[in-house]
Design a binder for this molecule. Structure first.
Ligand code: ARG
Length: 576
């Protein structure tokens, strides 16, 4: 229900001035800090000059005009003039009835919009490196990126999920050389990343003693670039083996991609980029390398395009990737979810694209995020300082299982393993998406698995609580579908409904800011408001008709919690 829009329409007609159309008025309608001052407020100060009248008088005129018109469909209970403000008190019953029936009717579609229809949004996220550990930073990228994608899709955008795999570069020459010396196919198939990492590290150690190994590696990478059959076959083996391992994790997280076009995909698309840069006269020589320089004011260091040996680098591949994506997808937005330490890299890449004369450079967005810090350092890692995704996920699941098994309600859970997995993973994702993404993430098991604090399990528990009341009511033979919602008007019920009604605006705000935390905060508040309602309103003990109405409101709240959790990648469980 667009209550604000509805009010703005009435106010705009009452003001009757072309400067104050509905949208302008809507931007001025505010929510008072205290509910005693009404549900919405409209300040009249800005109008004083225009109408040469004191704001309270203007407020009085608007009030009279709205009350005198037959436009009002009974949604307004009372309008007060307070100083230069108009305070609107809404008709609680009408709003509760309108919002709740809308949610029940729309179900999973509640909050969705078609505003993005026909617009393609690429969300690139996760992007781990082949033959290297999938570390915690990749997990944050995966969590943030997947959420941003779900948010855009919810608003109707045509989204494309891209995993820009790190599957190219001179390190593959080293890996091939290492494999030819010490590789063991069976061992790699059994434990791909660890085995590949092991021989890669060994290569580095050996190369310190025998520098000629580096030449061998360079020669192998050259062969790979030239498409040599044997070397390409080996490289493909590394890619498939690594992907098998990554996919196991993606499956657990319920994440999939539309494209795995990584860096290698662009290896044959770079000569054209170099040609365009030369043609536009923006490629300069610098100490043997070819670079693009930027204006002094921009304060961006030159972007290297070709190294002194003529080979391309990470940035060149990103420029080729952006140009390819524009041609292939004709995107409306091209979003990169990559850690903030790469902010300068993306600034350079987007600036080169701009210098190439592509006016779509500003549709490319780098969505950065901070580091993960582990103050309690209790995560066991197999690789010293590198915290692995799988270790974190598995530990979260184990700890959740322990909590559930020791809890009072633990016995009602039918499938402890499945439930622990959903809650454990949910707890990790929630912890990553709880605060603004540019802030560092402080990761402690205590906060993350605090079933009563601001945590994934707390929100999941609120959902399960709602579902459990509905289950009990069902078992008692109650049918609440035709409930009379106008019986509800308590503070707790109204506060919950007003919050439910904000869902779409919140999702839109999250999309504009590329900030999943906006949704996380929303769903946490929603769970809190639901619990307050649950604790005050004695759903099952109410009189028949009121009980039915409260069950319907419970169903609506649970449905919205589920939708919002889905947007941050967190699954729900029916019992916990
Ligand atoms: N593979 C890179 C890494 O692990 C991240 C890739 C980011 N995406 C990009 N288009 N450069 O650091």
């Amino acid at each position: 229900m667009d209550i604000k829009g509805y009010l703005a329409g009435l106010i705009s007609v009452a003001i009757d001035n072309e400067k104050y159309d509905k949208d302008t008025v809507c931007g001025l309608v505010a929510t008072p800090p205290d509910e005693k001052m009404g549900d919405f407020a409209f300040p009249c100060f800005a109008l004083a000059k225009e109408f040469r009248k004191a704001p309270p008088l203007i407020a009085g005129d608007i009030k009279a005009a709205i009350e005198g018109s037959d436009e009002d469909k009974g949604l307004i209970e009372k309008i007060d003039v307070a100083g230069g403000y108009l305070n609107f008190y809404m008709n609680r019953k009408a709003i509760i009835a309108g919002v709740v029936s809308e949610i029940i009717e729309k179900g999973d579609d509640f909050g969705k919009s078609d505003e993005g229809n026909g617009k393609k949004v690429i969300v690139e996220f996760s992007s781990p490196n082949i033959a290297k550990p999938f570390h915690i930073g990749h997990l944050v990228s995966t969590a943030v990126g997947s959420s941003v994608e779900r948010i855009y899709k919810f608003l109707g955008y045509d989204t494309v999920k891209v995993n820009h795999l790190g599957d190219w570069g001179t390190q593959f020459g080293k890996l091939i050389s290492a494999y030819k010396r010490w590789g063991n196919e069976a061992a790699i198939l059994a434990d791909p990343i660890n085995e590949l990492l092991k021989i890669y590290v060994r290569f580095h150690n050996e190369a310190e003693k025998q520098p000629e190994l580096e030449d061998e590696a360079r020669a192998y990478f050259k062969k790979l670039e030239d498409g040599d059959e044997e070397v390409t076959k080996l490289w493909k083996f590394f890619v498939t083996a690594s992907l098998t391992e990554f996919n196991r994790m993606y499956d657990k997280l319920d994440i999939s991609f539309d494209s795995y076009a990584g860096e290698s995909f662009y290896s044959d698309k770079m000569p054209e980029i170099v040609d365009i840069l030369k043609e536009k006269n923006i490629l300069e020589e610098s100490e043997g390398a070819m670079v693009v320089r930027f204006d002094e004011e921009a304060k961006i260091p030159p972007c290297i395009i070709l190294k002194s040996d003529g080979s391309t680098i990470y940035a060149t591949r990103d420029i080729a990737a952006a140009v390819y994506r524009k041609r292939h997808y004709d995107f409306y937005k091209n979003i990169y979810v990559v850690g903030t330490p790469q902010a300068l890299h993306f600034k350079q890449v987007f600036s080169v694209i701009d210098k190439m004369g592509f006016d779509w450079s500003d549709s490319c967005v780098h969505v950065g995020f901070g580091y993960v810090r582990f103050p309690d350092r209790v995560i066991s890692t197999r690789h010293g300082d590198v915290v692995l995704l799988e270790d974190v996920i598995n530990e979260a699941i184990d700890k959740t299982k322990e909590i559930i098994q020791n809890s009072a309600t633990g016995k009602v859970v039918d499938d402890v393993d499945n439930v622990s997995e959903k809650i454990g993973i949910g707890a990790v994702l929630y912890a990553f998406l709880k605060n603004g993404r540019e802030r560092d993430i402080i990761f402690t098991w205590e906060d993350m698995l605090d079933f009563e604090g601001e945590s994934g399990p707390y929100v999941q528990y609120s959902y399960a609580r709602g579902k459990s009341v509905l289950r009990k009511a069902s078992e008692a033979g109650i049918d609440w579908k035709d409930a009379d919602l106008t019986l509800l008007d308590s503070d707790e019920e109204f506060a919950l409904v007003k919050h439910l009604n904000n869902f779409q605006n919140v999702v839109r705000d999250a999309a504009n800011k590329y900030e999943p935390c906006v949704v996380t905060r929303y769903v946490t508040d929603l769970a809190q408001l639901f619990n307050k309602y649950y604790n005050t309103c004695n759903i099952m003990k109410s009189d028949d008709d009121i009980r039915k109405a409260r069950l319907l409101l419970t169903e609506a709240a649970a449905s919205c919690i589920k939708s919002a959790l889905h947007l941050i990648g967190v699954a729900v469980v029916e019992k916990m």
